[in-house]
Ligand binder design. Structure first.
Ligand SMILES: C[S@@+](CC[C@H](N)C(=O)[O-])C[C@H]1O[C@@H](n2cnc3c(N)ncnc32)[C@H](O)[C@@H]1O
Length: 212
């Protein structure tokens, strides 16, 4: 968003993040995360891991976990949470659009509330298609563009919301972006982000499989 923004509101955003999402987590988001992550297997990469909201929810059966997070303020909190956890994971301070990993080196990729924020979601998904093995799974929970009446407001308020939301675009049609990629959605549920403002309420959650 810019250096002054990142050093001021960006820093505050990461400090307020967990408290800001507490009501949503308690009203169902945490259970949605847990249910989604039952689909994780093998070596897992999570993009935009933020403060580590998913960290404790992975099944013990996964063989490895790499958390990608480019924001230094978020990364600081992620490191603290990881340090206090029994979970073993690596942190990679890198943007989703340029992942520092070999081709076909992961089995599962996870994005939760991230494709709204990455500057180039198409490039991020293309990178996931590169680093996942053929047949690998993308697991997602994303807030998305709503039906036409709401979408008009999401378009009108996209800029101020992006400023408040540390780069979050409230009007992205993320499912269409996934469908246009090398991934094929296999199970998608449409719902609502619990206890959220209408602008960011429409939600998709599910999985997509990488074609071989
Ligand atoms: C709304 S937060 C979601 C955090 C976490 N995934 C969750 O479910 O609570 C969006 C996250 O995406 C990260 N992000 C922004 N741009 C990114 C990029 N280019 N690559 C990877 N992550 C990015 C932000 O730093 C932030 O941690």
């Amino acid at each position: 968003m810019g250096r002054i923004y990142d050093a001021t509101w960006g820093r505050a955003f990461s400090a307020l993040y967990d408290a800001g999402f507490k009501a949503s987590e308690e009203a169902g988001l945490r259970e949605m995360r847990r249910e989604l992550l039952t689909g994780a297997g093998g070596r897992v990469v999570e993009l935009g891991a933020g403060t580590g909201a998913n960290l404790e929810l992975y099944p013990d059966s996964i063989s490895g976990l790499v958390l990608v997070e480019p924001d230094p303020h978020m990364t600081k909190r992620l490191r603290e949470k990881l340090g206090a956890s029994a979970r073993q994971a690596e942190i990679a301070e890198a943007p989703a659009e340029r992942l520092p990993f070999a081709d076909a080196s992961f089995d599962t990729a996870v994005v939760t509330l991230v494709l709204c924020t990455v500057p180039d979601p198409r490039a991020a998904i293309a990178e996931l298609a590169r680093v996942l093995k053929p047949g690998g799974r993308l697991l997602f929970i994303e807030h998305v563009r709503g039906e036409p009446g709401l979408a008009r407001w999401q378009d009108r308020l996209e800029r101020p919301w992006r400023f408040l939301g540390d780069g979050c675009h409230c009007n992205r049609d993320t499912l269409t972006t996934i469908e246009a990629s090398a991934f094929e959605p296999s199970a998608v549920e449409h719902g609502k982000l619990p206890k959220a403002l209408p602008l960011v309420e429409p939600l998709i959650r599910g999985s997509a499989v990488l074609g071989g």
